[in-house]
Design a protein around this ligand. Sequence first.
Ligand SMILES: [Zn+2]
Length: 426
Amino acid sequence: MHPYTILGLSACITAAMAQGGEILPQTSPAFLADVPRPTGVATSAPQKPYPTGALDMNFKLDLKKYPTTKEVPPVNNEEVKKAIAAIDWSKVPKIAPRKKLATGDLDVKSYDNIKDPDCWWSATICKQPKLSYIPPDYYQCPTAGDWGLNYDDGPLNPFHFDAPEEWAEPALYDALTKQNQTATLFYIGSYVVTYPTAAQRALNSGNVLCSHTWSHKQMTTLTNEQLVAEFYWSLKSIKEATGVTVKCWRPPFGDVDDRVRAIAHQMGMRTFIWDQDSFDWNIGPNTPTSKVDGYFEKWISARTGNQDNEHGHVTLQHELNADTVHNAIKWLPQVTKNFNVMPIHQCLDDTSPYWEESFVYPKRDGTVPANAATTNSTSTGTNSGETKDSTGNAGAVTSNESGASHLQLTVLPGMITLAMVYNFFM
Ligand SMILES: [Zn+2]
């Protein structure tokens, strides 16, 4: 069992196995225990009013301590080796890295699509792993009418077509705040290290952060060690920028199989896909904006026409470039008018998106679970959101992953209170 570490209170929390004795994800991944917590960032779920306006650009991470951005990181790094050593490799299926064709596309033709032995999404859009200990991927909201708002590929993206120095952040996050919305954001580690204050603002304004790997490659083509490195640096960048250890990730291009899932799972993350694609990422010569608009119109008319009553949706959207950000801002009012919009985590009733248990977010019905600590944010326009208060009481905290069967965290009486007191002085 790996030690759970929260705010340095190692061993205060005992992790217990749920039924079945399955392989557990690492709790607050042990290899990240020493990452220092930044100041000026929420240390529990932030409260409104959320900050808006210009970002403080002074906070920087030391890029020399990270691998080259946008490239698959080396595997002989000491930190990566430690993360590799923390994995039980006997439980990772022996699946060879996938081949790419000369076009750059994945070679899905040589795969047995009928049997789909590895639950390879790129070949079959499989979301129910064959590997017994891996929970299924999340890809939709369970309740009809729900819209699990989410954006991929941030932070650090241009906002204006002719002024590349103007960034999508905080424009998109401000637009969300103004419309009283929050989203699940799948972040690329290479961008987080380059623009950490954007990640801080996202967290401080109520959004939920997830990993979208370090360099945004087709993950099934990488070796086991490269996969660990991709996950490791994305986890570390988010943790060093914002103080949180994420429990969720989305594979770039949806490219995941059971080998990749197994490694992500052991590094503490659940796989999130989507159930409908806006194709905003492809806006350009092949996909005019009108085509993307057409999808939104179709989804809205299906819902209002009573033809969309099976389940809610997780729509693939991006904060990738000016096109996608403008599209996101443009459609948000209409989507909000016709769906129950909330972060994916909220539509799943997952109130604990991070390994740091001080962060407890609202349930699907908007209520906040008892014992939740809160952080007051301010709207001063600076990168605020400092820890303000704590109302957490001692008691049992149970990780909440609907459908998951893996982990329960039991907090010994007094420990949460102690953690909150510690929070207060950070
Ligand atoms: Zn992406």
